[in-house]
Structures are given as structure tokens and as C-alpha cells.
Design a protein around this ligand. Structure first.
Ligand SMILES: Cc1cc2nc3c(=O)[nH]c(=O)nc-3n(C[C@H](O)[C@H](O)[C@H](O)COP(=O)(O)OP(=O)(O)OC[C@H]3O[C@@H](n4cnc5c(N)ncnc54)[C@H](O)[C@@H]3O)c2cc1C
Length: 454
């Protein structure tokens, strides 16, 4: 806590029952699921001028809805489905079938997704504030006084329950909950500036070999030194806009997103690498010769920073066990996908698939910071080891965490239950009721291009 901010002298912006910090995929869904119960006031506060966090800042594909492999199962439901349904109504999705990687992705138009998040939030009774950053936390009795900064200066929001969906666990950090910082034990996952290229001749690209051809060209470029690409495994995929491709190729390692000097260097380096790739694509990849970068991600993509120590800490062994524990609040079938620097400094992406039925259940305690009575931490700052996090961070899962936390906050207020003493079976009943998937479905999912059934 910062001693220079005296909360008693700050203007009171609002008193709310439930405060959600950060409007990323986890935070938006947390606010929506809490507000859908229509019992308590809900406020959602975001530092940028648009919602969605990583989902709209830099990406265009939801992973984690489907298990990978030849017999995909749809393992997520409820609010995450509603988000995709709203996108589907606008015609702004298609499925990208994949039997490998993270499984079939739900590809969307990220600008359209900003509108969908806005609309869903405005249709709910949520007090929604953009351009407002959490900077400090105090307690007032049993409530939290959260200090924000925006163009009007500092202000205060008093909340009975708080959901930290800031990605970086900013609230938990300021409120002195324990956490592990990425890089403390294992090397932190790399950061990536995504970029989009327009005017690509997709027919030609596919005719000349598509993905496989791209991988071969990247290998040659690196091995011959023709183009100084940072990695051989970068990917590019078709977007939901004609003739446009999106990439996950840039790789920035060894810098911390929690140190602003290093984050600045990472942003600069990410942009530098993006234009090295632009040269490569234009020179070497059939279909791209008349193409240009038309957009860089709003900020560099950060895969992990702080991970709270929760009432339960998800481990690699639990992911690979394929168990469905009794206290589960959602399922995950995504493999461990660890983008890291190898021992000799080389580029490496480590994959490990979930064996057996290819799915595991995630316990409620992973979204409850240790000792917490009234706080939940969701999304990429939830409680997991580095390896487990590398599996359980796709957006279908971060939305599912938000869904459970929003409902848990309502239940906690209604029954006067502590976050760490919640009746989990009651939460599970509500989750079942809204369509969350807590059992492995028998049915193989339709993952054909337009296989999303509303
Ligand atoms: C490069 C990259 C590629 C990825 N590829 C995929 C993919 O293709 N598909 C997939 O499903 N997953 C992918 N992931 C993982 C996934 O996108 C993330 O794990 C997920 O989006 C995290 O969601 P979140 O809501 O927890 O956090 P974020 O999306 O980071 O949202 C946090 C929100 O909180 C706001 N915020 C932060 N601090 C404050 C503060 N102090 N005050 C107020 N607001 C604050 C931020 O602005 C942001 O809007 C990728 C991740 C990266 C980085």
C-alpha cells in the first residue's frame, strides 16, 4: 500500500457490492455472470478505452472450447457460449478446425468483439468505467477501498467483494496477497507483439502449401541468415476479414512485464521484430508479395506475470492426471503450451497433451487467493504453477474462471459466506443451471468451419 495516498481525503466515486478490476475476457465474464443474478450492484473498471484485454488487444481466436484430437469434445459452456453466440449473430466468427495445437479455435473479428463486450455489459446492470486504473488498495472495516486514477485525478471505490481480473494480479499485489512472479522458478513465457497483414492472396498461399510451406520458409530464412527471424515456429492464420492474416510470430524473452523499463524495451523490440517479419513475408512467402502490416497489437502480449498463491494451486501433475475433482468449477483440455527460451538460448515451444480422455477439472480454490474472505483472482493471474498455467490460460478457460467468480461473489454476499469457505456444491448447481460444462460430454463436437450451433 502506498502511504502517500490518504484514502479518507479522496472523492468517493462509488460504493458497490461487487467490484471487478480489469475488463479482459475473465473480467467481462465475471461482471456479466455476477450482474445476471440481479441481486447486487456490480462495477467493472478498465484501464484502457475498450474492453476485452488480450482478447481484443491482440488476438482473434478463442481456444479451449474444444479438446484437441480426432474426437473433439466441447468442454466449456454458459457465459463463454453466450459471447460466441453474440459474435455469431453478426456473422463475425468461423471455426478453425485443428486436431493438433490447442484444438479447434473459434476465430472472430476482434474489433467486433469490442462491440459485443460493450453491448453485453450495457444490457446488464453493470456500472462500466473505462480509462481508469487501479493504483492502490486500503481496507475500511470489512470492505476494500480501491484507489483509482483517471483524467479527473484520484478517486475511491468502496467494495464488499472484489474480483481481481487485471491479468497481473494488481489488486492482490496491492492488497498484500501472496503470489509467485513469472521467472522466479522457471523461465517466464515469452512476450509477443502480434501483427496483421492485409492484401494477402490466400488462394495462392494455400496452393503453395500453406502452413507447412510457411514453416519450411521460416526454417530456411533462419538457417541461411537471409532474414533474422527470432523463431522458426511462428504462425500465421486467416482472419475474419478478407485477404488478411494474423500472426503469432514475434518472440521477446528475458524481460519482465512488471518492470516498466524492461516492458518499454520489450514493446520496442516487439515492433522491431514485426517489421523483420514483414520483410520476410513479402520477400519469401507466396501470396504475401503485395501485402503490408496494417496493425500491431495494442500492446505487447504478456503471457504471465503474477500468479497468486490460492487456496488450491493447480499443478502439472493434476493437469496430466485427467481427473475431474469434486470441487471443479470448469474443465480444460488444452495441452501445456510453453513458449520459452531453450537451455542454449534457442527458440522453443514445449507441448504436452492431456492423456486419456484429454481433459481435467479445475478446483474452485484456484480462483481464491490464500486466506481470502472476499476476493477472487481470475484469468491469467489465477493460482497455478508455471506448467499448469501454460495449459489453463486459453480464453475459454479464463472466461470460465470469470463466470465462476462472478457467481461465487453473489453467493458469498447472499449467504454471508467467505470466499474460502463457500459451499462449492451450491456454486456448481448454479453453474450447471447456466450451461457450464462440468462433465466430459459423450458427444463428439461438430468442429466444421461453421460448426458453431446456437
Ligand atoms: C501472445 C499471446 C497469444 C495468445 N494466444 C491465444 C489464443 O490464440 N487463444 C487463446 O484462447 N488464448 C491465447 N492466449 C492466452 C489468453 O489470451 C490469455 O491468457 C487471456 O486472454 C487472459 O485474459 P485475462 O482476462 O486474464 O487477462 P487480460 O486479457 O490481460 O485482461 C486484463 C485486463 O485488465 C486491465 N488492467 C490491468 N491492470 C489494470 C489496473 N491496474 N486497473 C484497471 N485495469 C487493469 C487490462 O487493461 C486488461 O483489459 C495468448 C496470450 C498471449 C499473450
Amino acid at each position: 500500500m502506498h502511504p502517500f495516498v490518504n484514502p479518507t481525503q479522496l472523492p468517493l466515486l462509488a460504493e458497490t457490492d461487487i467490484l471487478v478490476i480489469g475488463a479482459g475476457s475473465a473480467g467481462c465474464v465475471a461482471a456479466l455472470s455476477a450482474a445476471s443474478q440481479k441481486r447486487y450492484s456490480v462495477m467493472l473498471v478498465e484501464r484502457y478505452g475498450f474492453p476485452g484485454g488480450t482478447s481484443t488487444q491482440m488476438l482473434d481466436t478463442f481456444y479451449g472450447f474444444f479438446t484437441p484430437g480426432q474426437t473433439p469434445r466441447k468442454v466449456v459452456g454458459g457465459w463463454p457460449d453466450r459471447v460466441v453466440n453474440e459474435l455469431a449473430k453478426t456473422g463475425a466468427i468461423f471455426l478453425r478446425p485443428n486436431t493438433y495445437g490447442a484444438g479447434t479455435g473459434v476465430n472472430y473479428n476482434p474489433e467486433r468483439l469490442k462491440r459485443v463486450w460493450d453491448q453485453l455489459i450495457l444490457q446488464s446492470d453493470i456500472r462500466y468505467l473505462l480509462h481508469t486504473t487501479l493504483v492502490d488498495v486500503h481496507t475500511e472495516g470489512e470492505r476494500y477501498a480501491c484507489i483509482f486514477w483517471n483524467k479527473a485525478g484520484f478517486c475511491k471505490v468502496i467494495a464488499r467483494r472484489v474480483i481481481d481480473a487485471s491479468g497481473d494480479a494488481d489488486f492482490c499485489h496491492l492488497a498484500d496477497f501472496a503470489y509467485e512472479t513469472a521467472g522466479e522458478r522457471e523461465p517466464a513465457q515469452s512476450m509477443t507483439t502480434t501483427f496483421r497483414m492485409s492484401n494477402v492472396d490466400l488462394d495462392r498461399y494455400e496452393r503453395e502449401g500453406g502452413k507447412k510451406m510457411l514453416a519450411a520458409k521460416m526454417r530456411v530464412a533462419v538457417e541461411t541468415g537471409q532474414h533474422p527471424l527470432p523463431r522458426k515456429e511462428g504462425s500465421a492464420h486467416e482472419m475474419n476479414a478478407k485477404g488478411c492474416m494474423s500472426t503469432v510470430a514475434v518472440k521477446v524473452t528475458g524481460l519482465s512485464a512488471l518492470n516498466v523499463e524492461e516492458l518499454t524495451r520489450a514493446e520496442v523490440e516487439g515492433r522491431r521484430q514485426a517489421f523483420v517479419y514483414e520483410d520476410f513475408f513479402r520477400d519469401a512467402v507466396p501470396g504475401f508479395d503485395q501485402s503490408n502490416i496494417i496493425g500491431l497489437s495494442h500492446q505487447i502480449g504478456v503471457r504471465e506475470t503474477r500468479r497468486v498463491y490460492g487456496e488450491h494451486r493447480l499443478t502439472k501433475e493434476e493437469c496430466l492426471s485427467g481427473n475431474l475433482p469434486d470441487d471443479r468449477i470448469f474443465l480444460c483440455g488444452a495441452p501445456i503450451e510453453d513458449h520459452r527460451q531453450g537451455k542454449n538460448g534457442e527458440d522453443e515451444t514445449y507441448w504436452e497433451y492431456i492423456p486419456g480422455a484429454g481433459v481435467y477439472g479445475v478446483p474452485y480454490g484456484t480462483i481464491v487467493p490464500k486466506g481470502s474472505q472476499s476476493v477472487w483472482a481470475v484469468g491469467r493471474c489465477f493460482s497455478a504453477t508455471h506448467d499448469a498455467h501454460a495449459s489453463c490460460r486459453s480464453m475459454a478457460q479464463t472466461m470460465s474462471m470469470g463466470q465462476a467468480a462472478g457467481l461465487a461473489a453473489v453467493q458469498s454476499l447472499a449467504n454471508d459466506e467467505a470466499a474460502n469457505g463457500l459451499a462449492i456444491s451450491q456454486l456448481q448447481e448454479i453453474l450447471y443451471g447456466i450451461g457450464a460444462v462440468l462433465e466430459l460430454p459423450d458427444e463428439v463436437a461438430d468442429t466444421s468451419r461453421m460448426g458453431w450451433k446456437r
